[in-house]
Ligand binder design. Structure first.
Ligand code: KIV
Ligand code: NA
Length: 266
């Protein structure tokens, strides 16, 4: 397989070919996801939860993200690798560039940061102008959990939906080349996807996004604690992890996953 680059992902969005993304944090799973046809791997700061056993992603450091990125990179054959900038590692442009540079040197193809407000737009533009590819992340922002109190669906009111839609357009405008949409009404996921020319990757954002992502341990049914309704256990009815991941890829590509039961109404 040819390595997947950003041009390929942009043309998949344009041609409405679905992008299958999953998280991974280690070499064994990186190799397996590559074998199963996953087009993009997210080294997510969700590793704080599923690897470290923390109750949120906020304790995760750049150093830890670098370590896990290196682990994934070693077994990566062709998937496009996105690494999360962790909590408080992109508070100003200088810090953001330093953090992003560490992830890029570790082998990431792109970095991801949370939020589409004025200060995040400034950071995105600063990074892209310095040749760091950026994925934005709108909707539910896990790094803001201590501000939110609890996780809830975002963009439900008309005003909130409009603000998020404008933020997505602004992220593209300042140079973001991808955007993750988390826990928003399916209708808003569709509206944003239809109005941007960069891929939207949904997690609880309905069936019409350019692609889908899930936390690997969630879709393998081995995460502990409350599971949001957008999670589907793909291991059920499958003889192996490999078969489960291949089904995930097939269902994302065909549009079977996510189904209506995995989505939120407006
Ligand atoms: O850290 C992560 O796994 C993520 C996905 C949930 C989008 O950011
Ligand atoms: Na994340």
């Amino acid at each position: 397989d040819q390595p997947i680059n950003i041009s390929k992902l942009l043309s998949m969005h344009a041609e409405r070919e679905k992008i299958a993304m999953l998280t991974a944090y280690d070499s064994t799973m990186s190799a397996l996801l590559n074998r199963c046809g996953v087009e993009s791997i997210l080294i997510g700061d969700s590793l704080g939860n599923v690897i470290q056993g923390q109750s949120s992603t906020t304790p995760v450091t750049v150093e830890q993200m670098v370590y896990h990125t290196q682990c994934v990179v070693r077994a990566n054959t062709h998937a496009f690798l996105i690494a999360d900038l962790p909590f408080a590692s992109y508070g100003d442009p200088i810090q953001a560039l330093d953090s992003a540079a560490q992830l890029m040197r570790a082998g990431a193809d792109m970095v991801k940061l949370e939020g589409g407000g004025d200060w995040q737009l400034e950071i995105i533009q600063y990074l892209v102008e310095r040749s760091v590819p950026v994925c934005a992340h709108l909707g539910l922002l896990p790094q803001s959990i201590h501000l939110l109190g609890s996780f809830k669906v975002q963009g439900k009111t008309k005003t909130a939906a409009q603000v998020m839609h404008e933020q997505a357009l602004a992220c593209e405008q300042v140079g973001a080349q991808m955007v993750v949409l988390e826990a928003i009404p399916s209708s808003l996921g569709r509206q944003i996807t239809d109005s941007v020319s960069i891929p939207t990757i949904g997690i609880g954002a309905g069936p019409d996004c350019s692609g889908q992502v899930l936390v690997l341990q969630d879709m393998l049914g081995i995460s502990t604690g409350h599971q949001p309704k957008f999670v589907k256990n793909f291991v059920e009815g499958h003889p192996s992890i490999e078969a489960a991941i291949k089904t995930y890829v097939r269902e994302v590509k065909s549009g079977k996953f996510p189904g209506p039961e995995h989505g939120y109404s407006g």
